[in-house]
Design a protein around this ligand. Structure first.
Ligand code: PLP
Length: 456
């Protein structure tokens, strides 16, 4: 029997799913107890589940469906490419038209000096590539001791051994021997949770200067790079104080280390610019891309490499690559995605309509009795729960419980928001309209009111 065409009842799909499908990041017996919510189709910002309920997707899948669901042009691009050339590799001096076209397009969209992309199938793989790129770079310029990569606690850079090590997620590091050698973590610029009595500006400088202290502690001759998301996403949409990035850039300029900006979430419009680095005026040496590159319609990621680094790598022997580096179907889908973004002026839509509407919607929660901070930037937002706003107090242990209650209330009210500890975060498709934000406010208000009632 073909499950794809046979529309089995939800309970039966859940039973088969729990029996045979190992889910990513899904704890304990949750599946056996509750079963997964099964999504069957989607259009625009709305998901439809196997019971026919319509759910507002305020997370764009996993921060990726930037152009929204249901764009058949991308399906047609994939179909055309599969018929023409479904697969060929880019190893050993071979290439194909979709990867050539996409590389050129990325060079056109990215700021100078980014003209080269090394492709992968995901953000995690691309960050693994970055570990190898920066070490290869320093070895090739005669500084092989420069191996250590500095990252930040509570960062997310993927879930491979390399990506998980670069990330600073304590719950991931507690499993499977992470982090791997020569990756260290400094503190994050999360003022609300960790800023104490300091102003955000003072705190931003303090946390940025930890990078300089860490370089001194480790010895500049041993440090290869600093990696960071311009805005931490999975760590809870941590929007850094305004003083943070200029100080980090100053340190990177003064010290001999490379800067890797992980643009997996911010890339392709989430801040209203093509890249988050442009929003913050950061000048990285490498940018990690994935997600919004294809709006999640096909798996693709990559490392965009600045001319200085690309030149050295090209002249060295870089023994690295993936079967799906520059997969022709993913490249064709990404190209079509970028064509739509440009033709429909999606960045203008973000700047003029979607981001202001989201900001207004998020601000309506500022006075909610559960919320200590309601912030957004571009198409990212966070609602911080607190029992005492004036002290920026966290909820007492077990941390995350209130978030879980809120997540369940969101499920019950047909809206997807994500909880990270005691924060609810959103990262909706960039196509969001004012009417969508009204649906968001309505459903989120009901979910938060129910959460408040339960938490009392
Ligand atoms: N980097 C960042 C900033 C991410 O948010 C993610 C995924 O959420 C990744 C890397 C990993 O990407 P992937 O899940 O495609 O491997």
């Amino acid at each position: 029997m073909n499950i794809l065409t046979n529309h089995l009842p939800t309970a039966e799909l859940q039973r088969i799913d729990a029996a045979h499908h190992m889910h990513p990041f899904t704890g304990g017996d949750a599946l056996a107890k509750k079963g997964a919510r099964i999504i069957t189709r989607a259009d625009g910002m709305m998901l439809t589940d196997s019971d026919g309920r319509e759910v507002l997707d305020m997370m764009a899948g996993l921060w990726c469906v930037n152009i929204g669901y249901g764009r058949h042009e991308l399906a047609e691009a994939a179909y055309r490419q599969m018929k023409e050339l479904p697969y060929y590799n880019t190893f050993f001096q071979t290439s194909h038209v979709p990867v050539i076209a996409l590389s050129q397009k990325l060079a056109e969209l990215a700021p100078e000096p980014f003209n080269q992309t090394f492709f992968a199938a995901s953000g995690s793989e691309a960050n693994d590539t970055n570990i190898r790129l920066v070490r290869q770079y320093w070895a090739a310029v005669g500084k092989p001791d420069k191996k250590i990569i500095i990252s930040r606690k509570n960062a997310y850079h993927g879930s491979t051994m390399g990506g998980g090590s670069l990330g600073g997620m304590a719950h991931m590091h507690s499993q499977g021997g992470l982090p791997i050698e020569n990756i260290v973590h400094i503190d994050q610029p999360h003022w609300w949770a960790e800023g104490g009595d300091m102003t955000p500006e003072e705190f931003g400088l303090l946390r940025a200067r930890q990078l300089e202290e860490e370089i001194d502690r480790l010895g500049e001759g041993n440090v290869a790079a600093f990696i960071a998301e311009p805005i931490q996403g999975a760590g809870g949409v941590v929007i850094p104080p305004e003083t943070y990035w200029p100080e980090i850039q100053r340190i990177c300029d003064a010290r001999e280390i490379l800067l890797i900006a992980d643009e997996v979430i911010l890339g392709f419009g989430r801040t209203g610019r093509w890249f988050g680095s442009e929003y913050y005026g950061i000048r990285p040496d490498i940018m990690t891309i994935a997600k919004g590159l294809s709006s999640g319609y096909a798996p693709i990621g990559g490392s965009m490499v600045s001319d200085r680094v690309a030149k050295v790598i090209a002249e060295s022997d870089f023994n690295h690559g993936y079967t799906y580096s520059g997969h022709p179907v993913s490249c064709a889908v990404a190209l079509e995605n970028l064509r739509i973004m440009e033709e429909e002026s999606l960045l203008d839509h973000v700047n003029q309509i979607a981001a202001p509407a989201l900001a207004k919607a998020i601000a309506t929660f500022e006075d909610h009795p559960l919320i200590g901070e309601a912030r957004s930037l571009g198409m990212l937002g966070a609602l911080q729960f607190t029992p005492d706003k004036s002290r920026r107090a966290p909820f007492k242990a077990p941390k995350g419980t209130i978030g879980e209650i809120a997540r369940d209330a969101c499920f019950a009210n047909d809206i997807v928001m994500r909880h990270v500890g005691d924060r609810m975060i959103v990262s909706p498709p960039l196509i969001m309209t004012e009417a969508d934000t009204e649906v968001f406010v309505d459903r989120a208000t009901r979910a938060l009111d129910q959460t408040y009632d339960k938490a009392k």
